[in-house]
Unconditional design. Sequence first.
Length: 94
Amino acid sequence: MSDNTASTTSTEKAKGARVGEVTTAGRDKTIKVVVSYVAKHPKYGKYVRRRTVLHAHDEGNEANVGDRVEVVPCRPMSKTKTWKLSRIMSSRAS
């Protein structure tokens, strides 16, 4: 049988992970991540842009506004914060 490990490499996406852009990083250990996607309108069939706003835990205050990050689900840390920063995929040029 093949040996499957639970660890992920830098190119693999963790289970339930989402990739988005940091829009707010002003709060201590918290970032706001916007995940954009395209969905088909149920009645008219036109593809429309949608977005999901996630509040994520950033333990080391590493992420900055404009960074592309990967967040993974975790236990609820507050009323709205149920995601955790997994990694910074690319940072915005300063």
